[in-house]
Ligand binder design. Sequence first.
Ligand SMILES: Cc1ncc(C[n+]2csc(CCOP(=O)(O)OP(=O)(O)O)c2C)c(N)n1
Ligand SMILES: [Mg+2]
Length: 367
Amino acid sequence: MLQLLAPDGTRTPHDELDPVLAHLTADDLRGYYRDMVMIRAADLEATSLQRQGQLGLWASALGQEGAQIGAGHAARTQDYLVPTYREHGVAWARGIEPMTLLELFRGISHCGWDPFAIRTHPYMIVLGAQTPHAVGYGMGLQRDGVVGTGDVDTDTAVLALFGDGTSSEGEVSESFTFAASFQAPVVFYSQNNQWAISVPTSVQTRVPLAQRSRGWGIPSLRVDGNDVLACLATTRIALDAARAGEGPRFIEALTYRMAAHTTSDDPTRYRPRAEEEEWAAKDPILRLRLHLQQIDEIDDAYIARCDEEAHDLAMRLHHHIHEMPDPDPRTLFDDVYAEPHPLVEEERAAYAQYLSQFEDDAEGAAR
Ligand SMILES: Cc1ncc(C[n+]2csc(CCOP(=O)(O)OP(=O)(O)O)c2C)c(N)n1
Ligand SMILES: [Mg+2]
């Protein structure tokens, strides 16, 4: 497993990865620390807001900030990112406001950003469905002539994100096949957060996840997903290779889902407390802070400022969400097809009828 920052913050030199990070300034490193603190605060607030009935659901990325901020910042502006539903750190690195994510989980938007402008696909809840899209997009880039030309401003790659459990979906195997056959410029990036709801990765795969792509001839590696610097460096190298026309790559970022699967889940039913404590000691935010303290590049004032900014962000989310409309459940049917469809209309009418049973209750409650 590639690692640059040990859990206690110690930095290990690495011949291949260090040159990729050589241009980073102390400001950059502090920026990654701030990014992780900010997105964690937004995440915790979103969980509270779901508990207060303001969101339908929330999928927390707690513990995965290093894997996500590292990979997100590794991409160039022109690269196309294809996320899952738990990619809040990646979204942050792409400049997507956390409020936009909350709108999605409140059910009042389907995406909230312009995928063309931000070069980031909408969140995907159907496991693995985004990976063939990612490969198809990469094959399109090849046909557009923006792969392997040597022009750093236009050569483009795709970063396809998915979880450990999702790696067992047929679509991921099919995506590996197409990506390898056509040498598509795709970096597959799997955050192995140890769990697919209640199924541990040890059941999901009998070999290290990183090995899975090798049967397809897709080079792979395992990186410490709680080490933001190693994630940044390895993803940057893989994206550079993809952009240069060297074909796909696969990265397994070994991390941990510190929270429940979603707000609908109770992990105390299936995972041991000791495991959670073991991973808490490997926290990606703590690790970068310890490193910056060791090299004397962060002071208490900076840490306090980040905490204040994070608190302000959480408060903004809290206040804004109360100003938002409630979703109309009947809009569920609006975007199933681009054109009206008789079966969908039938379902919409049946659902409206069902909802009408409760109208008297609502009026009663209002009185
Ligand atoms: C095709 C499909 N099957 C099942 C589900 C239900 N489901 C949602 S998340 C999840 C587990 C995914 O685990 P993993 O890929 O490891 O990602 P993580 O949630 O851990 O980030 C399942 C089974 C789904 N969304 N889509
Ligand atoms: Mg998982």
